[in-house]
Design a protein around this ligand. Sequence first.
Ligand SMILES: Nc1ncnc2c1ncn2[C@@H]1O[C@H](COP(=O)(O)OP(=O)(O)OP(=O)(O)O)[C@@H](O)[C@H]1O
Length: 266
Amino acid sequence: MDGVKYIVAVASGKGGVGKSTVTVNLALALSAQGYRVGVLDADIYGPSQAQMLGVKEGVRPQTAEGNKFLPLEAHGLQAMSMAFMVNTREAMVWRGPMVVGAFQQMLTQTQWDNLDFLLIDMPPGTGDIQLTLAQKVPVSGAVIVTTPQDIALLDARKGIEMFRKVNVPVLGVVENMSLYHCENCGHEAAIFGTGGGDLIAEEYQTTVLGRLPLTLSIRELADSGKPSVVSEPDSSVSQTFAEIARQVAQSVSASESDGPTISFSE
Ligand SMILES: Nc1ncnc2c1ncn2[C@@H]1O[C@H](COP(=O)(O)OP(=O)(O)OP(=O)(O)O)[C@@H](O)[C@H]1O
């Protein structure tokens, strides 16, 4: 794809497991390691990257030559989202083909500037957007986000199976909300159970790229538009994201030297 070296999808089967939070922090961690990084928010109905990147409501991308949009810049990242095109306070009452059309336009009409990595924050599920992505652009790999509980793992499995079907390598699993960590007393509790990430990684011969705790600060900082990796670069959460970023960068360039072919079949 023009202006992009590697495309990495960040996906889950289930909604609300922290895909957007992981996407933005992983993008910032890659950027801190010297890469040029973009984020494409593929969640058309519920885009959250504008808020997580601190882009104010009503800021719109500029147009460029050839019917293209210039991505917005935030915290050194290039970003494109449906939230930059519409009023996010209004419900998007759109049928599937319109959603796919909007996604395709963002995918093909954004003028990315010389990116090493474009991270795509996928909507939950295994539907139209996922298939469109696999059909339209060469995806270097997918990061699967899950929480440790059974219901999320069930859906994460479907996500992994889907990427396998469309020949996109699964780079690994991020187990989010692994442990609840109370920032006042330090107490820890495995609210969503334990071992889920390991289980699924073993089942699909992939790896757990990292485990993130359920903490107030991760939520507050993402909601405030200054995610953990920029607000608390020395925290253990940011170190975990740095480690995930290193593994993603390494396995994407390793898989390139293997000469992957991306194909699609119904
Ligand atoms: N590790 C965490 N600790 C605390 N809060 C978290 C953590 N991860 C995510 N959250 C919070 O949980 C909520 C859902 O996270 P997020 O939007 O990243 O999930 P998602 O999987 O992208 O959701 P959707 O399916 O709606 O796209 C957000 O308010 C986010 O701040």
